[in-house]
Design a protein around this ligand. Structure first.
Ligand SMILES: [Zn+2]
Ligand SMILES: [Zn+2]
Length: 745
């Protein structure tokens, strides 16, 4: 959609736009010396690629995982399309940031909710979206955010009977109980005795179903109308005063005590979550409490906690609760569920916030959905041999709320694959997130025209060793790609179901003024300018050296010169090379076999580990220490210099390659093996040893590694700081934990 929105703005065809962008990105990536295997380049906008996206749609369709239904969906007026819940988080369109409205529309969904929990098929276990998170190496905050988005909660569903008071005209009101029951989900069935009213969302069917029984229906409908114009953010805003209207003429019966309680419509209850209705327990829920206070509703406390506050949301002991009195929350929950089940008015239930993934869009630039509608045969999937269904080019792609593809006769009018009669093609396209949910698999086998990738190549290359991407994809791409992998594993196309076992997020580089770079603030740094002045290698190293990889940090133009000097030093050291070790003068040989060689091996160890841990800034620091030491030497053996070049090659590839060729090497440095370190030489020989008195660190000594225990204890007790803390008292015990710490008691 970004490509398409841009096309609409500029008037150019999205195909041109997309390919212009690809060309630009290619130039930039090459200029930055990014090691990318261009023979594996993929382009999701060409039919050779999206044919497999359509194939995956059919795989889902044939297995009941892709379906069409009418539902309340998110509609972006400015983008003129529906959006997935994940693209409308917080009630705003992910693309254009405008508020999203709710509309009843018939749309295509993928059944992502089928994959929340683990499943077993013929002895094969498919780990669910929830448990799969437990053992992948992802930032903890991302896992938490994904778990929260899935939003699993345990509790019970409870059915409340509806009473309706008829014939109000005859002052004597007649009560009839309707068959309709109002169902709610609650995580706190233990508080049912404290439920004193109910709330339905403005969209709830109860309102239309009881239209003729609700005596103040005009007022109610006015309220519903106002609520419709509010965004979800506004409705969820806890700082806003609660609003609502009682549905007069009908009541609900609390099943546990038979009490007649009022029903309200209020916009703080959303239709998309749970059943769109709640049992309100004002004594133990914040929003219910606010609402009850405003509407003067009785508040009955049913859980006694530590505090005496009127509102208590924690766990405690049940009171005012009949057969639950005296029970702790956990036990009370179980007992209540037992009671509900026995009396057939409710049951134990698990609820999730996650909804099925809405994938259809009323837009042009996406993979067409491979479905045909025939008047006689109904909904027919396109036969696999007819794929790909290519996007027509003879349409106006500007969004009108209806799919642009419907305008193309050549596209829209087809023959039914089953009976041959005239039929219509589905004119919605799939969201771009569908294409990106499986692209990583295509890299393994980018030109395959028999399958999305061959099984052997998938086995050889996947899953992805290390994946880097922004945290903004947490409940979009990172969730969808996991879902796709689980589907493909279930149907035996791949043998893993977590596509990205190791994930890291890159930090964002802010403008020098600590604000996000933006044209309007005039704080955008143009990498081309830096490259022109200092070269690509300096830019690359500067970006890596600015701070930890995953942190947000401001751009600093100060450090650039320092890195330029650093690379200059490496350049200059080449004059000190004297060939092999045995060609060194006696004094240099002596010095080289000791300090610099040791430091080299320590540096190899450090940089090897740092790269694996994405600590590029500290890797560069240790390079600097090594280069400073080498600079002080009169002569340097060629093998040490070569090793230095290996170490800098991933960071400053251009200078490394040039210096490598000056050592009269014919082949590229990137065909060489990464250096190995000698663990004896790489070992630290001095360590910092904390000395603790009664559990508190009072001094730190630097010692030679493996100093004998007696000597260490002696040194520790002689330390001035320690003496002061001991103040002439003799310690009872001195313990030395080898190379770790000294404990004095
Ligand atoms: Zn939008
Ligand atoms: Zn037909």
């Amino acid at each position: 959609m970004p490509a398409e929105n841009n096309a609409i703005k500029t008037g150019a065809h999205p195909d041109k736009n997309t390919h212009d962008n690809i060309r630009n990105f290619t130039i930039q990536l090459k200029q930055l010396g990014i090691a990318y295997d261009w023979s594996r380049e993929i382009d999701t906008s060409i039919p050779e690629y999206y044919r497999w996206t359509q194939w995956m749609f059919l795989l889902m369709y044939k297995n009941g995982l892709a379906y069409k239904k009418k539902a309340k969906v998110n509609w972006c007026e400015s983008c003129q399309t529906v959006l997935a819940n994940e693209q409308a988080e917080g009630g705003k369109c992910e693309r254009c940031k405008n508020p999203v409205a709710q509309k009843d529309l018939e749309q295509w969904f993928f059944k992502i909710t089928d994959f929340i929990e683990d499943q077993k098929i013929d002895g094969k276990k498919i780990e669910g979206l929830l448990s799969g998170l437990d053992d992948i190496d992802w930032p903890e905050s991302t896992k938490v955010a994904q778990r929260n988005w899935i939003g699993r909660s345990e509790g019970a569903t409870i059915k409340f009977q509806i009473q309706n008071h008829k014939s109000r005209i005859n002052s004597k009101s007649q009560i009839t109980s309707s068959k309709e029951r109002l169902e709610v989900f609650t995580t706190r069935p233990d508080t049912l005795f404290g439920c004193v009213y109910m709330v339905v969302s403005p969209e709830h069917s109860l309102i239309s179903n009881f239209k003729f029984q609700i005596s103040n229906i005009d007022e109610v409908e006015r309220y519903v109308e106002t609520a419709k114009n509010k965004s979800e953010i506004e409705r969820m805003d806890i700082t806003k005063e609660k609003t609502g209207v009682e549905l007069k003429g009908i009541k609900a019966i609390n099943p546990v005590n038979g009490k007649e309680i009022p029903i309200y419509v209020a916009d703080y209850v959303l239709s998309g979550y749970g059943t769109g209705a709640i049992m309100a327990v004002p004594a133990h829920d914040e929003r219910d409490y606010e609402f009850a206070k405003k509407f003067g509703i009785e508040i009955i406390k049913v859980v006694e906690g530590e505090s005496d506050e009127k509102l208590f949301t924690g766990e405690g002991i049940n009171i005012n609760s009949g057969f639950l009195d005296g029970m702790k929350t956990k036990e009370a929950k179980e007992k209540m569920i037992e009671w509900l089940e026995k009396n057939n008015v409710g049951k134990k239930a698990t609820n999730y916030k996650l909804r099925d993934w809405l994938v259809s869009r009323q837009r042009y630039w996406g993979a067409p959905i491979p479905i045909i509608y025939c008047e006689d045969c109904g909904e027919i999937p396109v036969p696999e041999k007819d794929l790909p269904i290519t996007l027509p080019i003879d349409v106006d792609f500007k969004p009108t709320g209806e799919s642009p593809l419907a305008q193309s006769k050549s596209f829209h009018d087809v023959k039914c694959p089953k009976c041959g009669k005239p039929a219509k093609r589905e004119s919605d396209t799939m969201d771009t997130f569908v294409c990106s949910s499986w692209y990583y698999l295509r890299f393994a086998d980018p030109k395959n025209d028999k399958a999305f990738a061959s099984k052997e190549k998938i086995k050889k290359w996947l899953p992805v060793d290390a994946y880097i991407g922004g945290a903004e994809h947490t409940v979009l791409h990172l969730l969808y790609a996991r879902f796709f992998a689980k589907v493909l594993q279930k149907f035996d196309y791949i043998d893993f179901n977590e596509p990205f076992p190791k994930l890291r997020h890159q930090g964002i580089i802010l403008g020098e003024d600590n604000n996000k770079m933006s044209k309007s603030l005039g704080n955008v740094v143009d990498p081309n300018e830096i490259i022109k002045e200092f070269g690509t290698d300096v830019l690359r190293m500067h970006v890596m050296f600015m701070g930890p990889f995953d942190e947000m940090k401001p751009w600093s133009s100060k450090g650039i010169v320092g890195l330029k000097r650093f690379l200059d030093k490496i350049w200059k050291i080449q004059t000190k090379i004297v060939g092999a070790v045995h060609e060194l003068s006696a004094s240099s040989r002596e010095s080289l076999t000791n300090e610099p060689r040791k430091l080299l091996h320590k540096t190899i160890k450090k940089i090897t580990e740092d790269i694996e841990n994405f600590k590029f800034n500290t890797a560069i620091s240790s390079m600097m220490i090594l280069v400073n030491a080498l600079e002080k030497e009169k002569e340097i053996s060629q093998d040490i210099y070569a090793n230095l070049l290996f170490l800098i090659s991933p960071f400053a590839p251009h200078i490394a390659e040039e210096l490598w060729s000056r050592l009269e090497n014919k082949e590229s440095i990137f065909l060489e093996k990464w250096p190995k370190y000698d663990s004896k030489l790489a070992k630290e020989d001095k360590i910092k040893l904390p000395i603790q008195i009664n559990g508190k660190v009072r001094d730190i000594m630097e010692i030679d590694i493996d100093t004998p225990e007696e000597k260490i204890k002696e040194m520790a007790l002689k330390s001035e700081k320690i003496k002061k803390w001991l103040s002439d008292k003799n310690p009872q015990k001195v313990i030395y934990v080898k190379n770790r710490t000294v404990i004095i008691m």
